[in-house]
Design a protein around this ligand. Structure first.
Ligand SMILES: Cc1cc2nc3c(=O)[nH]c(=O)nc-3n(C[C@H](O)[C@H](O)[C@H](O)COP(=O)(O)O)c2cc1C
Length: 339
């Protein structure tokens, strides 16, 4: 619904870039259709009329267990996109992960937004460790909440839609910082390995999140290194056409982790019932990507606030109808999975 509204405001090739994914985009489609293979068994006469959705995300109390996933290149849709998302997230107490492929640096976000409440940084890894060090030092001094490192995209992937529509988002970004431009020009992602993460772990006491984990074996290595949270994700199907969704691997990852490592999960999550399914399969938090951009495009002033309110209501309804009175009890609900 939000996407339909947004489509009236942007052209088809722009939307194809936004919704697009790797190769034919089968993984992205599966990210959404997998939810049709999980059924919630409703509970009746449970006497529940309300539920508190607040939860702690590290040291911050957040309104609902929803996180805004990092997305680069958003200034092509609204030149103040990142500022608007940061500001709405602050107002709605929702964590926002700021991609370093953005028009505004984290420092600018802090200045324009007055503080960094609910703002987290998301970094891509490349073989220039000094750039990463600089960014992490900045996070340390600015007092940022957490640092997420994206590990699933060491190489740019091919999207047939992008080729067919001849649309290169990077050329449409209104302004990118000199620093970022040189990073983009270099485009030498990799070689990186677990030692890089070990080094980064030594650089900061801030919570570190590894984004883009699908194998429980990788999750265990990350846990051993002292990573604080695992972000189960296939990058919205934009990285690799694996046909493997986060939901299919989530229960296994959850059961294998040895410590109380936090799990964030994303990919195709759209509605309150999708939230309930993801949280009951083992995630502590769900993250969303594309709907945030569609919400912003559909109404540049209040689209995001409306979206967050809607998600809060949908999640509340889905929880109550599933017989849950506490958000942390979602893990006990009756689910039937068909995969
Ligand atoms: C336009 C766009 C840009 C993205 N840029 C980044 C990025 O800079 N860093 C990153 O880790 N993930 C990036 N992602 C992936 C998202 O963080 C997230 O994993 C994915 O969008 C979740 O799936 P969903 O869009 O179906 O909710 C991007 C996704 C989109 C759609």
């Amino acid at each position: 619904m939000i996407e339909k509204r947004a489509l009236k405001k942007i052209n088809l090739s722009q939307n194809k870039w936004l919704i697009g994914a790797s190769e034919y985009g089968f993984t992205e489609k599966k990210n959404r259709s997998i939810f049709r293979k999980i059924s919630i068994i409703p509970r009746v006469l449970n006497g529940i009329s309300d539920i508190k959705l607040k939860k702690k995300f590290f040291d911050k109390e957040i309104k609902i267990p929803l996180i805004v996933a990092p997305m680069g290149g958003l200034s092509q849709f609204d030149k103040k996109a990142e500022l608007k998302i940061a500001s709405s997230c602050k107002d709605n107490q929702i964590p926002y992960f700021h991609s370093n492929y953005s028009r505004y640096s984290i420092r600018e976000i802090k200045v324009k937004n007055n503080n960094l409440d609910f703002i987290n940084i998301s970094l891509y890894l490349d073989n220039n460790l000094s750039f990463i060090k600089k960014k992490i030092n900045e996070c340390n001094t600015l007092g940022l909440n957490t640092i997420s490192i994206t590990v699933d995209s060491p190489i740019r992937s091919i999207s047939y839609d992008k080729l067919n529509y001849g649309y290169d988002a990077r050329t449409k970004m209104r302004k990118i910082s000199k620093e970022l431009r040189s990073e983009l020009l270099r485009e030498k992602l990799g070689p990186i390995n677990w030692n890089t993460i070990r080094k980064i772990r030594r650089l900061t006491n801030k919570p570190i999140i590894l984004k883009g984990i699908l194998s429980y074996k990788d999750a265990l290595i990350a846990e051993d290194i002292g990573v604080d949270a695992i972000w189960v994700s296939n990058h919205g199907g934009r990285s690799s056409e694996t046909d493997l969704t986060s939901l299919e691997v989530l229960p296994r990852i959850k059961s294998k982790l040895k410590k109380k490592t936090i799990i964030i999960c994303d990919g195709g999550i759209r509605t309150g019932s999708d939230f309930v399914k993801t949280l009951s399969l083992g995630a502590d938090f769900v993250a969303v990507g594309r709907p945030i951009v569609h919400a912003l495009i559909s109404d540049k002033n209040s689209g995001l606030d409306i979206y967050f309110k809607l998600m809060e209501e949908e999640l509340k309804t889905a929880c109550i109808l599933s017989g849950v009175d506490k958000i942390n009890n979602l893990k006990n609900i009756d689910l039937k999975t068909h995969f």
